[in-house]
Write a protein that binds this ligand. Structure first.
Ligand SMILES: Nc1nc2c(ncn2[C@@H]2O[C@H](COP(=O)(O)OP(=O)(O)OP(=O)(O)O)[C@@H](O)[C@H]2O)c(=O)[nH]1
Ligand SMILES: [Mg+2]
Length: 292
């Protein structure tokens, strides 16, 4: 038998590291198998190496146990995360119609919900209706007023339920309104709730029946240029006020590159044309079908 006091640290370590391993007694203390260290080597470097090898043998099941437990824990966390994320996404059934005043949101709303054009005035409160999408269930359509004084309040109360956001713009008057359109769009896309919930976004170029209306492609490039200018201005302003040069704002798109919608990693932004006046809302309906 080896004199246990000759290698006290190994015994100590084994008990400390492996409270319960094969070969342990009921108290959980490890009976280190000193017999396996042949007497001539006990206390020698080789003996210690052997003991360490033995120790590793004892620790292996424990290490495997820790690894398995760790993996199970990671897997469980992942499953819970996916479940909560999916539940959140599934329970979000809202489609928010946003955009400047007079862009056509209420006419689009009435065409989709009442299947007819209803004469509308500047909205000061939201309209809510239910849209049945074939094989996909119901969506809640919310027409948010475009008036500057109220739009943020209404958007704030519905943004958390948004599965999709339709940003409606007037394709004829865009040149005149480009600054306002870009600012409102920027506010929506950089909203922290939006970037965290990641609803799908459609920029709907409405009033295509107007002979001087611009098409979605032209509108996309005009908007990207304007959003780029806006982003530079906002970034500079935020940098000026941030303490210690720490920029805390949400940066839209990719740094060191001109703004492009495709570069917004957290959001999928699409463009489509429509005319609520002539009830040409096919692109919107297709998008709704894909989102539902
Ligand atoms: N030519 C044309 N006119 C449209 C179209 N869509 C809406 N309009 C007209 O544009 C005007 C404004 O439409 P609304 O639907 O009330 O606009 P809105 O976006 O709800 O405006 P707010 O409620 O102020 O936010 C109305 O006179 C509509 O008839 C369209 O596709 N083509
Ligand atoms: Mg309206």
């Amino acid at each position: 038998m080896v004199n246990q006091s000759a290698i006290p640290h190994i015994n100590q370590t084994a008990v400390d590291i492996c409270p319960v391993t094969p070969g342990s007694d009921q108290s959980g203390l490890v009976k280190v198998n000193f017999v396996e260290i042949a007497p001539p080597y006990a206390g020698t470097l080789f003996g210690v190496t052997n003991a360490v090898a033995n120790l590793c043998g004892f620790m292996a099941p424990y290490a495997v146990g820790v690894l398995v437990k760790g993996n199970v824990l990671v897997l469980l966390t992942l499953v819970i995360f996916i479940f909560v994320w999916r539940k959140g996404r599934v329970s979000r059934r809202g489609i928010c119609l946003v955009g400047l005043c007079e862009s056509g949101k209420t006419l689009i709303f009435s065409q989709l919900i009442y299947k007819k054009a209803v004469e509308s005035f500047t909205s000061m409160k939201e309209n809510v209706g239910v849209l049945d999408i074939a094989n996909k269930g119901a969506l809640k359509l919310i027409d948010i007023p475009g008036h500057e004084r109220v739009r943020q309040r209404f958007f704030d109360s519905y943004k958390n339920t948004a599965r999709g956001i339709v940003f409606v713009l007037d394709s004829f008057s865009l040149n005149k309104d480009i600054r306002d359109v870009a600012e409102y769009l920027y506010t929506i896309l950089s909203d922290p709730v939006v970037s965290s919930n990641r609803p799908q976004v459609l920029i709907l170029c409405n009033k295509q029946d107007h002979p001087l209306a611009k098409g979605p492609q032209v509108i996309q490039s005009v908007l990207e240029k304007e959003m780029n200018v806006l982003r530079n201005t906002q970034t500079n302003q935020l940098e000026a006020v941030a303490e210690g040069g720490n920029r805390k704002s949400f940066y839209l798109g990719q740094e060191g590159k001109n703004f492009e919608f495709a570069d917004i990693r957290s959001l999928r932004v699409e463009f489509a044309a429509s005319s609520a006046q002539t009830d040409d809302l096919e692109n919107l309906k297709k998008w709704l079908q894909s989102v539902a």
